[in-house]
Ligand binder design. Sequence first.
Ligand code: CMX
Length: 440
Amino acid sequence: MDPLKQKFIEKASALRDKVKAMLKEHGEMVVGNVNMGQVYGGARDIKMMVWETSELDAQEGIRFRGYSIPELQKLLPKGDKEVRPEGLFWLMLTGEVPTEDEVEWLRNEWRKRNEVPEHVFSVLEALPKDTHPMTQFTIAINALQTQSIFARRYDEGLSKSEHWDPTYEDSMNLIAKLPRIAAYIYRRTYHNGDHIEPNINEDWAGNFAHMLGFENQDFKNLMRLYLTIHADHEGGNASAHTVHLVGSTLSDPYLSFSAGINALAGPLHGLANQEVINWIFEMIEKLGTSSPSKDQIAQYVKDTLAAGVVVPGYGHAVLRQPDPRFMAQKAFAEQYIKGSDIVQIVWDVFEVVPPILQSLGKVKNPWPNVDAHSGALLVHYGLKEASFYTVLFGVSRALGVLAATCWSRALGMPLERPKSVTSDWAFDFLAKQKQEVGVN
Ligand code: CMX
């Protein structure tokens, strides 16, 4: 058995036994209440699932296995100047910070598994060139499902205690192939199908940058950072939760992950990175300057709100502070980029937007999220095709949601099936409550 798989199943088996014993004793323990606002309000804050790989705190932001982004930047092995996403995957899967050798082992392992079957490219070629890259991405992942070891072994008769094993194999294979698929979509859509073969000497992120057509070392460093910080955001966000829900039916990792990609493609979630940069480009065009004043930006923000649409890249369902993923990208720009108009606009927007959103009195979090900064960095290095941005997010998100899927299968998580109610039920419930209060 490979060393990562071995380490993972040892940890997962120990936790499975511990959880089983805990549930036997405390399965009936109440851990929270639910109010009517939450029932109608997108289930905010309701604790209803377990997600081992990361946890989100409203004030502090994301912690991967207990480590904040700045802590990870000190601890994880680096490729050139930035942390390598391989290391984060190892950490999420095992709970342990990997050594340089372990990260190198994982790089080689993904390289061995990176070949994409020809039929996936044929499926992509059958689509109109202007098909949105996220649509191409999810279709390609579904086409790749023919490779699922989980699906084949389940068909042959797979004991529940073994579900984790082919889930791990599928997850590793899928992660290894995603950069090639994403780069193929990019080159096919924007570069006349002038494809670039993988470079076996590069790490996972560096090779992805290479296949996209970028050899700039700083861009490769950006990709390492980008693919690390977008990887996971606990389990309740729409893409992660979708992967969890679909996976709970024992759909294989390919089908589960492509479902999550469909969720990521929504403008209130991952597609916001495309929305942000388009919104900034429209601002530049409307104002006729690439160095707008803060007053001009404020007026543009107010016009956006007056049109009844959200300011993209701002607000969050959980966070109540500037997103540490935004701050990590800002720090990257401060270190690597000098004198960029588009980056300056992002920073000015960061000053201008929060007080305006606060003044509305209804926005719970006026601060920027991860999507507010990423586009400006990509534009700076020449990756200007905004409709591709959410695919980059998706490649990264695979690391977290597939590591978490391995844990769900190893812990034997059941079919997810929360309760829904009708509005008739809600009004009857309220009437009964009022009656009871009246009677007492
Ligand atoms: N601009 C304008 N209005 C906003 C807003 C924003 N950026 N963020 C929230 N609001 C509004 C909501 O639309 C809601 O208005 P109504 O009551 O009129 O419907 C009100 O403020 C309360 O919303 P909330 O509780 O603060 O936020 P939610 O948890 O409902 O929604 C989110 C969170 C992210 C969908 C929302 O902030 C938003 O639409 N932001 C812009 C889109 C975006 O950047 N999404 C990316 C999020 C990160 C990611 O998943 O990648």
